[in-house]
Design a protein around this ligand. Sequence first.
Ligand code: DGL
Length: 274
Amino acid sequence: MTKLRNEGPIGVFDSGLAGLRVMRAISDRLPREDIVYLGDTARVPYGTRSAQTVVNYAHACARTLREQHIKILVVACNTLSAVALDALAGELLFPVLGSIMPNARAAVQASSSKRIGVIASSRTVLSGAYPRALAIQDPEAQVFVQAAPLLISLVEEGWLHGEVPRLAVREYLAPLAQQDIDTLILGSTHYPLLMPLIESEYAALSGKRIAFVDSAQAAANDVVRQIESKQLATARADPGKLRIILTDLPNDFQMASRFLGEDVTQLKVSAVDI
Ligand code: DGL
């Protein structure tokens, strides 16, 4: 039974395609594990929706991944983690990992001034999940949170360069640049794709270089820890397989290669109605 369970895939889900970066990061750390990714491309963005709607979406996505006999569920999406993690963990019989706490842990480790900024979707900001998680990690941390919803849509569209994303990044970072933070949590799976702009605009606004926390790396570290501590590693020696399930096939699916860091068309991709 244990053996059978260990050979199941790791399930990863996100509202759109950006969580493919999280799948990549997990696969780089655990190359023998099969991973199945569910992207709710029919409903992205989640961050502008009500908490109850996001919880409903989360249950539907988790049911779909459960049918794939996953052994662990990684909720790559910060918005889902902020509002639906407890509901999911209460319903599912396998471990459910979120992305807020790993990011908060990484930020506290990176910060020496304890002045930490967060950019995230509107729903994540409204949930208060980051200030809560950071207070647990370090009660003395001072937290400055900024919603940056437009950046999510820009990234999902593949609009990563030029004046439009640059000005949007600048607008969202300006209030944080006045707070003298030394660490910024990129609190959406989408934001690291805008890293060159975020880094240069923040430096231009504040005259300072700061540390950035990337959801994908923090989540991958957490998955490695959990797979080890719960003894869930596969016994197979051959390379794991990556699979993608989407609720809608985007016209320009090829651009998802940017998130994955390899040609997505080489992977098995299927569409599902949930
Ligand atoms: N990937 C989601 C996150 O990390 C984006 C939110 C959205 O779909 O609006 O928060």
